[in-house]
Design a protein around this ligand. Structure first.
Ligand code: OOB
Length: 538
């Protein structure tokens, strides 16, 4: 077996790949093939529910096929990038399985992303196509697509789920006649996921069929997912957590049912849980809090819910204790990352472990190191930086050789940027974070990305964006701004509006803006974000 590592995506060295295959982790499956097998085995079982639409495995398979041939007929093929920005609708699966089949790589944008992010994804990946809904959450994605298409020369096609406007309807792409295409191999890239990021622009995460598929069935075993499982996609479908931990793809792998939830509020989610007899779902901590508050008073029958996964940001012990009494289900904490490593508390762990730790890795072959600032292992039980390497953790970001030198050790460990300790049972406790990233209720914000946008304001001399502790979201953002000498005073709202109008996702718009005349400095004269955070929390 060749090692398909390319300059675009550093993959596992051949000896590691061989070991992961020998150990049976990499089973040589592709996503396209997996769906075909399930559709052959149980064509009439329901795979995806979206409102009144119920697609069986047979139907999803046929739809993915027809779209795959349609994409191929339009010249999209193996290795091409296609930015996919869809809300929680059934078409999400039709599109990604069609792309998986022809070996084109979905680039998983989130519905919240706006012009700045989308243009960057399209430009950087030299995307051939962009898939959007017509209107989602009151926002017209076709108009955004018009603007991006005008600016990105590689972008040949915009496909719309719904009313296409000037673009092409997905429904008109699908075709029944056979159009030949090159199929991907299990060791090929399957898609590009987005990193939460701690730099000016998000990094792209190259995942292969082999490695991602392992994370699915590995998760299924740990989360008790089988063909009777019904998974509610409450978080944005494209995010790694609801996609693969064990998520919609894990449940499809197991032959279960996926239910699309357009909005994670109890008003929308609880009736769906009752109607579809949902057994498992995943939430970020702020939503888990809302559900535990609403659960006991709900008139909806939530008894089918067996497992609630909570992750993406630290779930406090106090909140974790409320889950079972409120929702009568087992809490599973999940500490994962789109780069790979996923930790879960086990269903049969003692309650104290479930509420006080963020779980342990999926695999015995997830290598964990906890190190000090000099990369020396800390003593057992000590707190330090988490480094990891394993059968589904990437060896480098896509087209980022310089950044990779910093984010990975010479021997291939990923520097997660998380500060953790390990209990004597091998469970990890997240104690903090060393990367310059803000975790706003599970939504990751790279301060530098927001700072770059604020700096473009003509009245702004300098800016520093920091996290402020928040009871509900864990963290919110505060932008400290120094105005140019002689500039007209600005109102905070003007800064927020500027960021929004520049086309950044709403969750990146600073929650608070403070004007100052200077930043506190560290000993070597750098901006002291630590002091700014302390000041913001006063
Ligand atoms: C998930 O993935 P990403 O890529 O959005 O973010 C990863 C980062 C981690 O490095 C860590 O800083 C933070 O999010 N995080 C947690 C956490 N889960 C994620 N911090 C504390 N406690 C937790 N339970 O967020 C993600 C991917 C797959 C499954 C679950 C979450």
């Amino acid at each position: 077996m060749t090692n398909p590592s390319s300059p675009d995506a550093p993959l596992w060295p051949a000896e590691f790949a061989a070991r992961y295959r020998e150990l049976g982790y990499w089973r040589g499956e592709t996503f396209g093939g997996m769906l075909r097998e399930r559709a052959t085995a149980h064509p009439d079982r329901v795979a995806v529910v979206d409102g009144e639409r119920r697609w069986t495995y047979g139907e999803l398979d046929r739809r993915a096929d027809r779209l795959a041939h349609g994409f191929a007929a339009r010249g999209i093929g193996k290795g091409d990038r296609v930015v996919v920005q869809l809300p929680n609708v059934a078409e999400f699966f039709e599109v990604i399985f069609a792309l998986f089949r022809i070996g084109a790589l979905p680039v998983f944008a989130l519905p919240a992303h706006r012009e700045t992010e989308i243009r960057y994804f399209c430009e950087f990946t030299e995307a051939a196509a962009y898939v959007v809904p017509d209107v989602a959450g009151g926002f017209d994605h076709r108009a955004l697509a018009d603007r991006v298409k005008a600016q990105v020369p590689t972008l040949r096609e915009v496909f719309v789920a719904g009313e296409p406007g000037e673009h092409t309807a997905l429904a008109d792409v699908a075709r029944d006649d056979f159009v030949a295409y090159d199929e991907p191999e299990p060791h090929d890239l399957a898609f590009l996921q987005l990193s939460g990021g701690s730099t000016g622009v998000p990094k792209l995460i190259p995942r292969t069929h082999d490695d991602y598929m392992y994370s699915l069935w590995g998760s299924n075993e740990i989360c008790g997912v089988d063909e009777n499982s019904v998974y509610l996609v409450a978080l944005p479908a494209a995010h790694n957590f609801p996609l693969s931990s064990p998520g919609s793809l894990g449940v499809l792998y197991a032959g279960g049912r996926v239910v699309m939830c357009p909005n994670p509020s109890p008003e929308v989610a609880f009736p769906l849980i009752e109607r579809e007899r949902v057994t498992i779902t995943g939430l970020v901590p702020p939503l888990a809090l809302v559900w535990t508050e609403a659960g006991p008073h709900s008139r909806h029958d939530l008894a089918s819910l067996d497992v609630l996964l909570v992750g993406g940001a630290k779930f406090s012990e106090e909140a974790a204790r409320r889950v079972r009494p409120a929702l009568d289900c087992t809490l599973q904490q999940v500490f994962g990352m789109a780069e790979g490593l996923v930790n879960y508390t086990r269903l049969d762990d003692p309650v104290e472990t479930i509420v006080t730790t963020q779980g342990r890795p999926i695999s015995e072959h997830d290598e964990i190191r906890i190190v000090d600032d000099l990369d020396q292992d800390v003593a057992p039980g000590g707190t330090g930086h988490l480094l990891t390497r394993g059968p589904y953790t990437i060896r480098g970001y896509w087209r980022a050789p310089e950044h990779n030198k910093r984010s990975f050790t010479a021997d291939g460990f990923y520097r997660t940027g998380d500060v953790v300790r390990m209990t004597d049972t091998g469970h990890l406790v997240v104690e903090g974070r060393a990367k310059d990233q803000i975790n706003r209720g599970g939504e990751k914000i790279a301060p530098e990305e927001v700072e770059n946008v604020v700096l473009a304001h003509p009245a702004v001399h300098d800016v520093s964006v920091v996290a402020v502790p928040d009871e509900y979201l864990g963290e919110r953002t505060c932008a400290y701004v120094i105005l140019r000498a002689g500039a007209e005073p600005l109102k905070p709202v003007a800064v927020k509006k500027f960021v929004r109008e520049r086309g950044l996702a709403a969750y990146k718009v600073p929650d608070r803006v403070e004007f100052v005349t200077a930043f506190p400095q560290t000993g070597v004269g750098k901006v002291s974000k630590k002091d700014l955070r302390t000041a913001a929390d006063q």
